[in-house]
Design a protein around this ligand. Sequence first.
Ligand code: ADP
Length: 482
Amino acid sequence: MAKHDLLLLALNPSPVLDLMERALRAAGYEVAIVHDVEGLNRSLQESSPALVLIGEGFSGEDVFSFSEAMLERFPTLPILLYAEQDAPGMAKAVLKAGLSAYLHPPLKMDDIVGAVNKSMARARQLGDWLRHEVRRTTSSLAERAKISEAERTKLEAVIANIQDGVIVVGDKQEIIIINRSIRDIFNLDDSVFNGRHLSEVITNQDLQALLMRSSESPLKYHEVNFDDGRVFNAQYTPIPGVGAAITMQDISYLKELDRLKNDFVHTVSHDLRSPLTAVLGYTELIERTGPLSENQQEFLHRIQGSVQHITTLINDLLDLGRLEAGFDTRRESIQLEGVLRYTLDMFESHMQKKKITLTTNIAPNLHSLRANPIRIRQMMDNLVGNAIKYTPEGGTIRVGVSMEDNQIILEVTDSGPGIPTGEQNRVFDKFYRASNVPDGIGGSGLGLAIVKSIVDSHQGRVWVESNVGKGSSFFVVFPAHE
Ligand code: ADP
């Protein structure tokens, strides 16, 4: 039995109250007596009693609902009830209200002390168990916090030391993490940038374009160029629940290799062109030197055809080289529909021969374009030429030019073999030919690469939509010139 435990007796004055007080004091408890609800509440609040012994009808209250209210505020407080008499159903009501036990007359001092001791012991056990549980839960939480803190530190160390640049942003593009490489790439000092908007901290145009375009289209990577010649490949990955991560790899050395390769191809192509011109010239001269047999005539034509083919290939390579080197700087105000008419005129007889039905749909009042007319014609020839080349006899081709949101849109649709979905992006790569090119249709795989380079150098976009067996639509979008 613990001394100094304070017991609160909430009973109306009576001989029983005196008996209880005496018995409990004799057993070593401190006892305080309250006579009304106000006093009881104040004592509960101020002196934290270890037990309350409440009389039935105390201060005119319904003792059960009053005790329930007390237990809501002090859930571990043992409450003993003193009932005037042992009525049937009393034990059930006591249990239901959550009281510890109840006493009733006739009462002996031992009964009182015994009941109080028992309730106190149970309350102490409950308290010990609670304290133990709280300690256990707290230490397991602390343990977990320690682990997640360690993991966070580890993750931060990994991100900080990774060779690639890493930026993690939230939903509103506010910076969550930027690593050391990013600071080196963009020459940022050691300030804390967390929480600031990314475009406010990094003003590089290419990175801004990546952020803008990644929200509009499924574009996920973009080249980021610097004036000092460095080139990075930036990749944008949305992270659900966080925002997005942008990683950047230095591809300057790959770009340099690409440039060397292009220079090589350019030089070789250039050097090959002169002897080929000579070969073609001499084959034409042979015909003038005297009559040729039918066989000789045919071989000569084959030689001329092949030389012509190689010359076209070399011209395409040289064109690509020039476009990729950024030499295409000529800009004039041109009307796209005018260029289109020249192309269609050129291919008219070709289409007639293949019995192709052509429909054109050119919107009125089109804005003009600031472009290199020769390159735009080349782009148009390649797109319309492909449509004719790949569309079987009796097919249809539709060409349209329209305006939308200050952009000029060109569409070339055919009823050819189509392009398999997985290859639609690759047809714009150099030398790539789709796996379903019909037998007997020749080509170098450079035409669309040239189209793409021309479109890129005019700040446009090109893409294809196609269904195998049904046909293809090539779209080109250019910003209109006011
Ligand atoms: P090619 O000289 O082979 O025509 P291109 O670069 O012009 O080269 O086109 C690349 C590939 O794209 C072609 O080989 C073909 O597989 C596919 N292609 C291009 N245009 C069409 C089209 N209108 N219909 C079907 N496939 C096409």
